[in-house]
Design a protein around this ligand. Structure first.
Ligand SMILES: Cc1cc2nc3c(=O)[nH]c(=O)nc-3n(C[C@H](O)[C@H](O)[C@H](O)COP(=O)(O)OP(=O)(O)OC[C@H]3O[C@@H](n4cnc5c(N)ncnc54)[C@H](O)[C@@H]3O)c2cc1C
Ligand SMILES: NC(=O)c1ccc[n+]([C@@H]2O[C@H](COP(=O)([O-])OP(=O)(O)OC[C@H]3O[C@@H](n4cnc5c(N)ncnc54)[C@H](OP(=O)(O)O)[C@@H]3O)[C@@H](O)[C@H]2O)c1
Length: 547
């Protein structure tokens, strides 16, 4: 009998969920509280309307992941679009995707899910309200996919005197356009992508911009392009052959060598790979020009002269606006919290280090409730779209029963504990560390389960040496997961070649750096050979290829 799947949300996670259900002969019903698809990418200018925003997007946003790495695997973002997209391009792409796969008929618009509860037979009751009719209803489903996003509940800091301060205070989720802050003295709080983006935008209109960083030192900041490549350009060769610590050091050096950072500013002390870098191309110019001035954490806000005092004792006067760009809570108000946090005991064990604890096997399944899946609860070097898409391929395969079932509850718990211990060992403490993923290993692991892993040897056999070179040394675009196996796509090879053609054309260093990798490999092999290591290496590869 066909299974019914409830999908909550029609953003970039919900849409592939619908598509994968249809591909797997499951029956998807998607609930979307808005009257449109696209989730937070659908920008609306609310400045003149006195209402709560449904989206955190601001007018000047530019994606921080390249289109080549951000595309759905079977529907490439047009190769001639810009590398980094403004929200209007993302909206257009999402509309094209939904239309191409005829997804809209499966969405109930203007419908908010109020409560999702488990039934004794392990199915789920979904209670919802149709806003346009003001009518509450409920339906029963075999499976639920939660695709409602985790940038909806703003995190506001608590500082002394916030209630006394006479200037304007807002969270970044309400920030829409720089022009609203013309000639103002603005303090932006935070050092993540929202904070840096907003601070840079404001320098064009505000009379002075300050940025308060609670750690007192700059985070690692990566520009969108580094050494002629997009900052998220990864290739399989370096991802698997070069240890992450060395890759991190190479990147650190390129950043340090590319920018002059004013000497009075404190630089990051943790290694780049242990942190979540902020992505911004213009901030260094602003720091050098003094259009953005860095301050440490806030001590107190005062009513007198709109003063703000910082922990180092310095005081700013006449601050008109404070924009708290301090992130979001992971929150699913329609679910009992223990379902995705694992309950009080687990929360207490981990919340000191991670703030936002989610207890999900492979960042998707609560071990106790394997009939509900969370899509897009991830943060890593890669883009959200392909991660969400791969997760939905994995989940629908499991619902359909066409792939290896999930391990036991105990095994899933052990796996999550290992995940957190690994993060504790290797990453800095941060609210955002708890949902960190390493893009390529994560995608490859899921693709092996799904049955679409692009095995290098198989790629070589099927497509020949020239394409294999591109596959190994070109960018590891998600389209690679449509080359072989389940739901492979005829156009994948050409689409990958086209993306790499554009990318290499744009990169003056492209072919040179590719050749240098070959030279490094040859030198490494020669060195290894001196101690019989070459033979050992061949044996290891032989085992991997024949797995
Ligand atoms: C400012 C900003 C910029 C970003 N830039 C990038 C980027 O460049 N690259 C990248 O990869 N990622 C980026 N991200 C991460 C971003 O979260 C993802 O790109 C993506 O939008 C997440 O999609 P989603 O579908 O999971 O969630 P959302 O886009 O939040 O969509 C969730 C949907 O669920 C609906 N919904 C929620 N609750 C209910 C309910 N109870 N009932 C019914 N419907 C509900 C919402 O209306 C919404 O349509 C950015 C995030 C932010 C905040
Ligand atoms: N252009 C883009 O594509 C773009 C733009 C904006 C946002 N985004 C995405 O949207 C998501 C959210 O980004 P975000 O920047 O809004 O949030 P974020 O990544 O969670 O960053 C929050 C920042 O606020 C700081 N902070 C948190 N609590 C604080 C407190 N109490 N006092 C002082 N500082 C505090 C954090 O400091 P610590 O580091 O010390 O915790 C961090 O620097 C991310 O996935 C991001 O990549 C993308």
């Amino acid at each position: 009998m066909a299974k019914y799947v409830a999908i909550i949300g029609a953003g970039i996670s919900g849409l592939p969920a619908i598509k994968q259900c249809l591909d797997s002969d499951l029956i998807p019903i998607c609930f979307e509280q808005n009257s449109f698809i696209g989730g937070l990418w659908r920008y609306e200018d609310i400045s003149e309307k006195n209402k709560e925003p449904y989206s955190t997007m601001y007018k000047g946003i530019l994606t921080n992941t390249s289109k080549e790495m951000s595309t759905y695997s079977d529907f490439p973002i047009p190769a001639d679009w810009p590398t980094y997209l403004n929200h209007s391009y993302v909206e257009k792409y999402i509309d094209m995707y939904a239309e191409n796969f005829n997804l809209l008929p499966h969405i109930k618009f203007n419908t908010t899910v109020l409560k999702v509860s488990i039934l004794p037979d392990k199915r789920w009751k979904v209670q919802y309200i149709i806003q346009t009719e003001n009518k509450e209803k409920e339906e029963i489903f075999d499976f639920v996919m939660v695709c409602s996003g985790h940038h909806r509940k703003p995190k506001l800091p608590e500082f002394k005197g916030m209630n006394l301060f006479k200037g304007k205070q807002l969270h970044s989720y309400k920030y829409k356009r720089a022009i609203d802050f013309e000639n103002k003295r603005v303090l932006v709080v935070g050092a993540g992508n929202s904070a840096m983006d907003i601070a840079v935008e404001l320098t064009h209109v505000a009379s002075q911009v300050y940025i308060s960083i609670r750690s007192g030192k700059l985070p690692w900041i990566t520009p969108r392009f580094l050494k002629g490549k997009t900052r998220d350009h990864i290739n399989r060769f370096s991802a698997y052959i070069i240890p992450p610590s060395i890759r991190g050091k190479i990147k650190e050096n390129s950043i340090i060598k590319s920018f002059l950072i004013p000497s009075h500013l404190k630089l990051p002390t943790d290694p780049l790979i242990a942190t979540l870098p902020t992505i911004n191309s213009e901030i260094f110019q602003c720091l050098a020009a003094g259009t953005i001035i860095v301050k440490p954490n806030i001590k107190e806000l005062k009513s007198e002269n709109n003063q703000i005092e910082f922990v180092d004792g310095t005081i700013l006067e006449n601050i008109d606006v404070v924009i708290y760009s301090t992130g979001y809570y992971i929150d699913y108000p329609f679910l009992e919290k223990h379902i995705y946090t694992g309950g009080d005991e687990i929360e207490q064990m981990y919340e000191k280090d991670f703030h936002d604890v989610v207890w999900l096997y492979r960042s998707i399944f609560p071990p106790k409730y394997p009939h509900i899946a969370f899509i897009g609860v991830a943060l890593g070097a890669g883009a959200f779209l392909p991660i969400s898409e791969m997760q939905t391929r994995y989940v629908t395969g499991l619902i359909k029963g066409s792939i290896k079932p999930l391990p036991s509850q105990n095994e899933m718990e052990i796996s999550i504990r290992k995940y957190y211990e690994n993060i504790r060992k290797n990453l800095c403490k941060s609210a955002r560390s708890g949902i960190r993923l390493s893009y390529l290993p994560y995608m490859d692991a899921l693709s092996k389960e799904v049955g679409c892993y692009p095995h290098p040897y198989e790629i070589f056999k099927k497509f020949g040496f020239n394409f294999w070179k591109l596959f190994m040394f070109g960018m590891a675009t998600p389209i690679q997961y449509r080359l072989l196996g389940k739901d492979s796509w005829e156009g994948a090879k050409d689409a990958i070649s086209l993306y790499n053609k554009f990318s290499f054309k744009n990169s003056i260093r492209g072919s040179r750096s590719y050749k240098s990798w070959i030279y490094i490999l040859i030198v490494l092999l020669i060195l290894l050979n001196r101690n019989g290591g070459f033979k050992k290496l061949i044996n290891v590869y032989w085992k991997i290829f024949n797995k």
